[in-house]
Structures are given as structure tokens and as C-alpha cells.
Design a protein around this ligand. Sequence first.
Ligand code: 5GP
Ligand code: ZN
Length: 116
Amino acid sequence: MQVSDCIFCKIAQREIPSEIVYEDDEILAFKDIQPLAPVHLVIIPKIHLRSLNEVNPEHERLIGHIFGVICRLAEELGVAATGYRVVTNTGTDGGQVVGHLHFHLLGGQALEAKIG
Ligand code: 5GP
Ligand code: ZN
């Protein structure tokens, strides 16, 4: 299910170029265009869910799969031992800009301890 005016759907469809680091039938991981840390990936489900607000029990396996891949990518990118952060901004107050559910994987430097 793709949405025509969605940047991340377009990335998944290869209509917008990106540096893809992982792909399978259900998810895609690519480098953030404005990285906030030496490692900054964006991980998305290929189906267009606008945010965590649209996640329901039928997506639980998908969300678990996303986190499994995030763990593997953190290992492969060499940040698992030093540590990393996974962030999902949700809605306006959560600072979400792109309206397609996504998870940021940030690492490669000591991140600010503060959240929010
Ligand atoms: P949000 O603030 O919605 O949680 O994060 C959206 C993220 O997507 C931002 O970190 C932004 O830099 C990234 N982003 C926005 N447009 C593009 C794009 O066209 N390509 C890539 N690779 N990242 C993008
Ligand atoms: Zn989308």
C-alpha cells in the first residue's frame, strides 16, 4: 500500500534516490539525508502507516521484525557495543515531520543524555 505524495513511499518505490542499507519484503533501511550522528539510519515498514498511532495488533509481528533488523544493523555498523538510540517521533508534539512510520537509529558518538 503506497501513498503517492509520501516521501518515504517514494523512497521505497525508488522514485526518490536514497542510500539503502537493508531491504526485505516488508521493510527498508536507508541513510538519513541530514544525519544527526555518524550513524543515522531511517527504518520504515513498506506499508504506509502514518505513525505509531496507526499500529494495531495485526502489525505486532512487523514491528518486532523491524526491531530485530535494527539490532542486526547496529551490530553490522559497529555501534552495538558502544551503544545507540532508536527514536520514533509521533505526531506534532512528538516532532514527526514525515508522515510515514519510521524509526531512527542513531549512534557512533556519545549522544546527549537528555530526551525530550
Ligand atoms: P521525523 O522528524 O519525521 O522523525 O524524521 C524524518 C527524517 O527523515 C529526518 O531526519 C530527515 O532528515 C529525513 N528525511 C526527510 N526527507 C528525506 C529524504 O528525502 N531522504 C532521506 N534519506 N531522508 C529524509
Ligand atoms: Zn508512505
